[in-house]
Every structure is written in C-alpha cells, then in structure tokens.
Design a protein around this ligand. Sequence first.
Ligand code: FE
Length: 339
Amino acid sequence: MNPFRLLLNAFSLFMLFPAMLIGETLVVYSHRHYPSDDLLFARFTEQTGIPVRVVKAGAGELIERLRAEGDNSPADVLITADAGNLAMAKAAGVLRPVESEALVRAIPEAYRDPDHHWFGITLRARVIVYAPERVSSGELSTYEDLADPRWRGRILARSSSHVYNQSLLASLIAANGEDAALAWARAVRRNMARPPQGNDRDQMRAVARGLADIAIVNTYYLGLLHDSPDPRDREVAAVLRVFFPNQDSRGIHMNASGGGVTRASARPELATRFLEFLVSEEAQQSFPLTTSEFPVLSEVPLSDLQRSWGDFIIDPLPIRVLGELNPAAVRLFNRSGWE
Ligand code: FE
C-alpha cells in the first residue's frame, strides 16, 4: 500500500472513530437493491464522517420489522419504492414528521407526504414498451386503449399483486372512476399473451423474443437492461422502444422511490440530513446515470438514454393519492381476474 493511501486510511479511521464511539452510525432499512446506492451512501459517509449501515429486505418485511421493534428499532431511515409502500409505512405509524426546508424546496409537492412522513427521492415512469417491427408508435395512444380488443394476445404485464401495477390502477381510478378501472383491468387481462409471470424485465425479454408485442413496465428497467453485463439483455434493450401514453390528456403515470425518518430514530437530525443528501445535486445527478431513474430535482440533467426516449408530460396527480387508493386498486384487481 502506498504511503499516501495509508495516511488517507489512517485519517479516515481517525475521522470515523469518534462518530462510532458516540454511536452515530446511521441505520438505513432499504427496500432498494442497487449496488449504486451503496456507493452513494459511502459518499455521505465521506462528507459527514457518519458511517451508514444498510439492512436490505422487501418493503412489507421492513415495515413489519419496524412495527415489531417499536421504540427499540435501531433504524433511523426507511427507504422504499412506490407511493403505495410509502403510504403503508405512514399508516403503520413507523415514520415521523420531519421539518426540513431543503427537502421541501427540492421535492415537488406531488412527490412528498403533506405531513412530511415521507419524501420522494427518485421518480419512476410506468409506461408502454413495444417491438417496433410489429407495432408502430401511431397505433399506441393511452393506458385506456390497452383495453381495446385489437390488442388481444399481444400484451404482457407482471402480476397484480405487485404494487407498481396497483399504483397504476390507482391512477386510473383517480382519472376515470372505479367502474372504468375495473373494466380496464378485466380487458387488459383478456388481452394478455400469457398469464402474468416474472418481473418487468421478464416482460421485456418476452416481447423481444416475440411472445407479445407490448409490455407495461417502468422505464428504469429498460435502462438496467441497456446497462446490463449480459449481452442478451443489452440486445433486448436495443430492439424495444418506449412509448409515453396519455400525452394528449393527463400524462404518464409517475411514481417515486422515497424515504422517511423512522419514529424510533434516536438521531432524527442525522436521519434528516441523510435524506437531504439524497436530494442534493450530487446525489440526484447520479440516479439517471446509475439506475436510469428520473431525478426528483428538476434542474438535474437526464442521461443520454433517458433523453433518447423523448419528452413527455406527467399526470399531475399527487402520489399520496396512489397510496390512498391502493386498497381499492387491490380490491378491483381481485375481481378482475388479473392474477
Ligand atoms: Fe423496481
């Protein structure tokens, strides 16, 4: 090891040691599974001297764990994906309100809880991808149009038990009412090329193989395929195109990945500082380039890949409504036959 490295290591140990002595390790329960998050959290540690310990699990599991641990929970921050999960965490009483001008300034109102229990950190668009050799973009228009019988046997989507689809259906309930949303779910299920199975990436792989013509997916999964170490996945990304629906009406369904400070946190100021770091320009600039998510901070540039998808307008519906309508969406899906 070169002497400079050694000095640097000794220095960072010296910096970190007092923080560890007084127990200032920030504990983050995270539902996100990206290696780039770990690099980002390491940047927080570099800047503040505060070590971050991450516990990864599914959203339901983490929320249940926070509830079971109660005031004894070691967690300071909960990070999860989707407004449905964020609303579930708030309803479970495991988060606390946070006063932070920096968070309020950085995050548009539609992407944070009015009571400040949770804050959107990255944005994710649920859209249509299609195989251009079998579908022209002129044939595509709206989410609602996917119910049309001309799509019979041509659509793929994952299970309705997944919160991404529940939030999409919640947005359709908000736009068109429950009856229309139920009819839509039934018709889209009828139009599927196979019963729902696999994740968003699997739907795109199957469309690329010719099993169906279009799929309902989050755009960042196309980015993950595009950046994949597996050449077959990169090929999938290369043959598919993104279509942003509802551009003549309310705009696309946008959701968020976000976080909040836990009710149990013994270090709420530090936890707030961590969330503020995640919406800082530095952190926000990393998301388009690493996970292909959209930044919540509007002035941050998109990646080349994201720009290649073109411009789009977004449904202005505040995402807290997706959480409020989640039980209705689950109920309608159960009646629709969409497994
Ligand atoms: Fe995801």
